[in-house]
Design a protein around this ligand. Structure first.
Ligand code: HEC
Ligand code: HEC
Length: 386
């Protein structure tokens, strides 16, 4: 800043000089017109925006604005857009899942993969809180990512569990409630032994007295998926002190009303809950099925490869089956040439009165035709074999 007298008094400067030659000076001119217009427009838009959007704080609330805009509404609209896009893009796949059976979905690579991908989020939203993010289980909640099932690992069993829910019910102190504390202690040792492959005949009587076999089977292995398997060492109610947990289960039962020490085991019913729809439920079944130990799904044999079964062992019965299977094999373009020759030869033998040899040859021809059909079904390949 210069301390000199203002060398440009008529210039409308502010008296600020930024260099010794007084070349750089601060003037006091009006800003350019375009600039002022921009400023006024800016001020006007502030007023308009503050009416349009939520702005002014007001007694713990705020003005709502005429547009009804909130971030939540905007987020919901974006989600809806995404849903609409998905609905559009994957409408056919969604429809196929709605219409097809669970088996068909699992056997179809595209539908299976799509179901698994989309069910991951559903599982996270609805199931992971109890079963863990990858179905690895939590304290008090069963692992879904293994092949140890309480209620069965077929598609229909998993579907039933998720649709209707499950409440493990086990009475306290045995079926009749007549086991004493010392008996329960002994029984707990017996149960612990079962999981190590031992079965103590002396305490087996208590297992009988408690009528445990009604649900857990005669040897601790339930005949149907109704109760925990006591022989596999996989504990439904896992605890640091496993024996104490077993005592507690026997003494207080499972889901026994009014008993604070009972083991809780309630799987909610999702079928009619409205939380997930039918298609989402199917996707979840497919997802849970592939997590770990879903029972293998065997593809059905297509009708054209299904062999005709001989309705008896007489020459006529065997021959008619052989001819029917051979014809199917021809239609499927998978017939073996010498099957036809064998059929002809067997008929000749039959005419010549050589009954046994004729029937034997007809059987051989039938077996060969059935084999070719089986091969075609497995490979699902129908190339000509003539
Ligand atoms: C009415 C059927 C029923 C009867 C009777 C029954 N249980 Fe159970 N038990 C169950 C069910 C169901 C479960 C699994 C609980 C669940 O996961 O829902 C279970 C679980 C258990 C468990 C826990 C296993 C684990 O993996 O943590 C033990 C131990 C057990 N039962 C022992 C017995 C004994 C011993 C008896 C006989 C005194 C008995 N149960 C009688 C149905 C029964
Ligand atoms: C509130 C907790 C909870 C939620 C949420 C929950 N489950 Fe369960 N689930 C359980 C319990 C507890 C059991 C065991 C029931 C029993 O022991 O009788 C179970 C059992 C199951 C089983 C049977 C396992 C077996 O071994 O047979 C399947 C399958 C299953 N749940 C799937 C799901 C799916 C899929 C979801 C989400 C849609 C889900 N669960 C949500 C608590 C829950």
């Amino acid at each position: 800043m210069s301390k000199h007298k203002n060398p440009y008094p008529g210039e409308n400067n502010t008296g600020h000089f930024w260099d010794d030659d007084n070349d750089v000076r601060e003037l006091n001119n009006r800003p350019p017109r375009w600039y002022m217009w921009a400023l006024y427009m800016g001020a006007i838009s502030v007023v308009i925006y503050s009416f349009y959007y939520p702005t002014i704080p007001w007694f713990g609330e705020h003005s709502k604005g005429s547009a009804g805009w909130t971030q939540i509404v905007e987020m919901k609209e974006s989600v809806q857009q995404l849903e609409d896009y998905r609905q559009d893009r994957f409408a056919d796949t969604e429809k196929a899942i709605a219409e097809k059976s669970l088996e068909e979905i699992v056997l179809d690579d595209e539908l299976r993969n799509y179901s698994i991908k989309t069910a991951k989020v559903l599982f996270g939203d609805n199931c992971a809180a109890c079963h863990g993010a990858g179905g690895q289980g939590n304290d008090g909640f069963p692992v879904l990512a293994d092949d140890d099932w309480l209620y069965g690992g077929t598609l229909s069993q998993i579907s039933a569990t998720i649709t209707h829910g499950k409440r493990g019910n086990m009475p306290a102190k045995g079926m009749l409630g007549n086991l004493s504390d010392p008996e329960i202690e002994k029984l707990a040792d017996f149960v612990m032994g079962l999981s190590q492959g031992k079965s103590d005949p002396a305490t087996k009587a208590l297992y009988m007295k408690g009528m445990c076999m009604a649900c857990h089977g005669p040897n601790g292995k339930p005949p149907a998926p109704t109760a925990a398997n006591l022989t596999d060492g996989i504990w439904r109610f896992k605890a640091d002190d496993q024996r104490a947990s077993v005592v507690r289960t026997i003494k207080h039962g499972v889901n026994k009303p009014g008993d604070p020490l009972t083991q809780d085991a309630v799987m909610p019913a999702f079928g009619k809950s409205g939380v997930i729809n039918a298609v989402q439920l199917k996707k979840l079944v497919v997802y849970v099925h592939q997590l770990g130990g879903g029972a293998k799904v065997i593809p059905p044999t297509p009708a054209k490869f299904k062999p005709v079964v001989a309705s008896g062992s007489s020459f006529d019965a065997v021959m008619s089956a052989a001819e029917a299977n051979y014809k199917k094999a021809i239609d499927a373009k998978i017939a073996w040439r010498d099957t036809g020759a064998m059929i002809k030869e067997a008929k000749k033998l039959h005419k010549a009165g050589k009954g046994d040899a004729a029937t034997a040859l007809a059987k051989k021809a039938n077996t060969q035709a059935v084999n070719s059909l089986a091969q075609a079904a497995v490979a699902d390949f129908a190339g000509p074999r003539f």
